[in-house]
Design a protein around this ligand. Structure first.
Ligand code: AHR
Length: 661
C-alpha cells in the first residue's frame, strides 16, 4: 500500500493522498435536488466501435474461417494444404478479375483417387478457432463443378489434431454454375484453439469460394451474424449511441483504402475486401493477416444499433486519408462523390422504401427507417483542408436534411495549435457537435475534471468521442486497463455529467481487443476465442451508462462543485423516469473518507438508497480473461435519516448511489 502511494506521489498524482493515514474530517456534501439543471441527453454515454484489435473480423463478426474467399494479399494465407502425394496444380488459385472485381479469386481442387485424408485444406481461424461442445456449427461453401466426383469431408479439429465434429457434403453433380451448399453439424468437445479442415475424397475437379463456418449461437440467432457474448457486453451497457465504423479505418492509409459504406452492403460474396489499416500501422504490433471482409457492413451496424437501443452514429470519410500516413486529399472539385455518399447514406437509413437507397434497405430486410439523426464527417482530420471540405459537406447535408446533426472533428488532441484552430473555426461555423479525443495519462483526467465548466453554454456541443487513460503513454504496448486508469476516468466523467448542457455524448476507445491479436491497448473489453471480460474501465462506463439520470442537479462541497478537493470528485442527477436521485462520487485518495450527504429541495425520501461501489487499494489491478472480474461493483443498501445519509468512501473508490424519492 505504502509503495503504491509513493509511486503515485512520484508521478505527481493524487497529491492529497500522500498523507494517507491522516484522518480527514467528514465531508458535508449538499445535493440541491430541487434545482433541476440541464437535461442529460439520452445519447450521453455510448460506445465507439472500430475494426481494430480484431474487433470485427475475428471479433464480433462471428465468421470462424480466415480468408474464406482467398482475397488476402497472399491468397492462401490462413490455409494449409496437406497432401500425401504432390501433384502439380491440384489446388489452384484462379483470378477472374475481368468479370468479378469484388470477389476475383476462387480455388480449383483436382482430386485423383483421393481417399479421406490424402488431400485436405486446413484453416487456422483467427488466432485459432474457439469450439464449444454440443454447439452446432453452420458450414457453407460456394462451389461449381468442373468434373463431378469429389465429396467434401468437413471437420473441426482440436489442438491435438483429433476430430471433434464432422459432416460430409456431396456437391450436386449438375452444378455447372456457382451454387451454395450449407450444412450444420455438432461439435463434440470444447477447444479454445481449434482448426477447421476440408478433406477431399474421390475423383474430380471442383471450384470453391466463400468457405465459411459460423457458430449457431450468434447474436439473436442470425445466420452469418455476430458473436453473441461480445454483443451482450454492449447491450448490458445500454449505450445511448454507437459510433462506427471508426476511427482511422474510415480515413484509410490512403484514399484507395478508405472505408466506403456502399461496398459493405448486399450479398457478402459481393462485398469487396480491403486491407485493414491496422494490418501494418504499428511495426511493433504487425498483423499481416488483418483484412476487412465487410461481412459486418453498414446494414449490420444499423441493425446492431437498433438491437441494443443505441442511436447510430456513422462516420464517413471527408475526402482526406489519414494525415499521419499519406495525407492524401481529394481535390475540391472532385469531392462530389464523397458528399453524395453521405446524402445516400441518409437516404439508406431514413428514406422511403420507394427512394433509391430506402428501397435497398427494404430489400435487405428492413423496410422501416433506422431513424438516423446524426452523422460524422471525418474522423481525426485537421487543418484548413478539413474545414474547406467540411463546409461543402455541411452545406449539402443541411440543404437536404436540415435536421441531421453533423459531428465534426477537432483533430487528434484536446489542446495545441491544431485543436485551437479547429475549435475556433468550427464554433464560428456554428458546428452542431465537436468531437474531442483524449488519450492521456490518469493525472490528465483528474486535472481536467473541470475542463467543460468554462465552455460556452450556447455554442457547439461536445462529443468526447474517444478517450482512455493511458497507464504508460499513447500507443505504448505497456498500457494496462488497470484500476487507476478506470478510477481517473470515473473522476473525469463527473465533469462530463456536471456539464451535460455542453457535453452531449461520450465514448471510451477502443472498444474491443483480442488477447492474441491486438494492436492498441488499453481497450474496454478483452476477448479470446471463447471468453469475454469487461475491464475495470468497462465497469465504470457501464455504471455511468445504466445510472444516467435525465437531468443534472448540483452536488456541492462548501458551495463549490466537487472536482478534486481532497481527491474527491462528484456529480449528481435526477432520473425523472424512476424518480431517483443518482450520485456519483470518486475518492481518488488512498484513505477512506467519510461523507454526510444532505438532499435539499425534495419533499419526501423513501428512506432507502442503493450503493454500487467499485474499489481496490491495488491501483494496478486488472480484470483478466477466464476469471471473474476482480474489479466489479459491490451492492449495498444504505439508509437515510430524514434527508441525510452517511456514505463511507473506500480508498480509491467509485460509488454510485441511487436514492429513491
Ligand atoms: O482508437 C484508436 C484510434 O485512435 C482511432 O482509430 C483513432 O481515431 C485514434 O487515433
Amino acid at each position: 500500500m505504502k509503495k503504491q502511494l509513493l509511486k503515485l506521489a512520484a508521478c505527481g498524482l493524487l497529491l492529497a493522498s500522500v498523507n494517507a493515514y491522516a484522518q480527514t474530517p467528514t465531508k458535508t456534501f449538499v445535493v440541491k435536488a430541487g434545482e433541476v439543471k440541464a437535461p442529460i441527453q439520452s445519447t450521453m454515454w455510448g460506445v465507439f466501435f472500430e475494426d481494430i484489435n480484431f474487433g470485427a473480423d475475428g471479433g464480433i463478426y462471428a465468421e470462424l474461417v480466415k480468408n474464406r474467399s482467398f482475397e488476402f494479399s497472399k491468397p492462401m494465407m490462413g490455409w494449409t494444404i496437406q497432401r500425401k502425394e504432390f501433384k502439380e496444380g491440384d489446388v489452384l488459385v484462379l483470378n477472374r478479375q475481368q468479370t468479378n472485381t469484388a470477389n476475383p479469386r476462387f480455388i480449383r481442387v483436382t482430386a485423383t483417387n483421393a481417399e479421406k485424408g490424402s488431400l485436405s485444406l486446413t484453416n487456422e481461424g483467427f488466432r485459432g478457432i474457439g469450439i464449444k461442445k454440443d454447439l452446432r456449427y453452420d458450414f457453407s461453401v460456394m462451389y461449381r463443378q468442373q468434373t463431378p466426383g469429389v465429396k467434401l469431408n468437413v471437420e473441426l479439429i482440436n489442438a491435438k489434431g483429433d476430430v471433434i465434429g464432422s459432416t460430409v457434403v456431396n456437391p450436386e453433380a449438375s452444378a455447372s454454375d456457382w451454387k451454395k451448399a450449407t450444412v450444420s453439424f455438432l461439435a463434440t468437445a470444447t477447444e479454445p484453439n481449434g482448426k477447421f479442415r476440408i478433406s477431399f475424397e474421390g475423383n474430380g475437379v471442383i471450384d470453391l469460394d466463400m468457405i465459411s463456418l459460423f457458430p449457431e449461437d450468434t447474436w439473436k440467432g442470425r445466420p452469418g451474424g455476430m458473436r453473441a457474448d461480445m454483443i451482450q457486453m454492449l447491450a448490458d451497457m445500454k449505450p445511448g449511441f454507437i459510433r462506427f465504423p471508426g476511427g482511422c479505418i474510415v480515413e484509410g492509409f490512403d484514399l484507395s483504402q478508405r472505408y466506403q459504406w456502399k461496398k459493405t452492403i448486399g450479398p457478402v460474396e459481393e462485398r469487396q475486401l480491403s486491407i485493414n489499416r491496422w494490418n501494418f500501422e504499428f511495426a511493433h504490433r504487425p498483423a499481416p493477416d488483418y483484412f476487412q471482409t465487410f461481412g459486418l457492413g453498414f446494414f449490420e451496424y444499423f441493425q446492431l444499433a437498433e438491437d441494443i437501443g443505441a442511436e447510430p452514429l456513422p462516420i464517413l470519410n471527408c475526402g482526406m486519408s489519414c494525415q499521419f500516413n499519406t495525407a492524401e486529399v481529394v481535390p475540391l472539385d472532385q469531392l462530389g462523390p464523397y458528399v453524395q455518399d453521405a446524402l445516400d447514406l441518409i437516404e439508406f437509413a431514413n428514406g422511403d422504401v420507394n427512394s433509391t437507397w430506402g428501397k435497398k434497405r427494404a430489400e435487405l430486410g428492413h423496410p422501416a427507417p433506422f431513424n438516423l439523426k446524426m452523422l460524422g464527417v471525418g474522423n481525426e482530420n485537421w487543418g484548413p483542408q478539413y474545414v474547406e471540405r467540411l463546409k461543402i459537406f455541411t452545406k449539402a447535408i443541411k440543404e437536404k436534411y436540415p435536421d441531421i446533426k453533423i459531428v465534426n472533428s477537432s483533430g487528434t488532441d484536446p489542446n495545441g495549435d491544431r485543436f485551437d484552430y479547429l475549435n475556433t473555426s468550427l464554433r464560428s461555423m456554428k458546428a452542431d457537435i465537436i468531437d474531442e479525443h483524449y488519450y492521456r495519462r490518469p493525472e490528465w483526467f483528474l486535472q481536467n475534471a473541470k475542463r467543460y465548466d468554462q465552455y460556452d453554454r450556447n455554442g457547439s456541443k461536445v462529443f468526447a468521442g474517444e478517450y482512455a487513460a493511458q497507464s504508460d503513454k499513447t500507443v505504448s504496448v505497456n498500457n494496462r486497463n488497470n484500476w487507476l486508469t478506470a478510477l481517473s476516468e470515473a473522476a473525469f466523467m463527473t465533469g462530463l455529467e456536471r456539464n451535460a448542457d455542453v457535453v452531449f455524448m461520450a465514448s471510451y476507445a477502443p472498444l474491443f481487443a483480442h488477447a492474441e491479436g491486438w494492436q492498441w491497448t488499453p481497450d474496454l473489453i478483452w476477448v479470446d476465442n471463447l471468453n469475454v471480460i469487461g475491464s475495470a474501465n468497462y465497469q465504470v462506463q457501464k455504471l455511468y451508462s445504466i445510472n444516467k439520470g435525465t437531468h443534472v442537479v448540483p452536488m456541492l462541497l462548501k458551495n463549490e462543485a466537487i472536482a478534486g478537493q481532497d481527491s474527491l470528485y462528484a456529480s449528481a442527477s435526477l432520473d425523472k423516469n424512476t424518480n431517483d436521485i443518482i450520485l456519483k462520487v470518486v475518492n481518488a485518495s488512498g484513505k477512506e473518507q467519510q461523507s454526510e450527504i444532505t438532499l435539499e429541495g425534495v419533499k419526501k425520501l423513501a428512506g432507502k438508497a442503493t450503493l454500487y461501489q467499485l474499489s481496490s487499494e491495488e491501483l494496478d489491478k486488472v480484470n483478466t480473461l477466464g476469471n471473474p472480474p476482480s474489479i466489479a461493483p459491490v451492492e449495498k443498501q444504505l439508509s437515510l435519516k430524514g434527508k441525510k445519509m452517511k456514505l463511507s468512501l473506500a480508498p480509491y473508490s467509485f460509488s454510485v448511489v441511487r436514492v429513491k424519492m
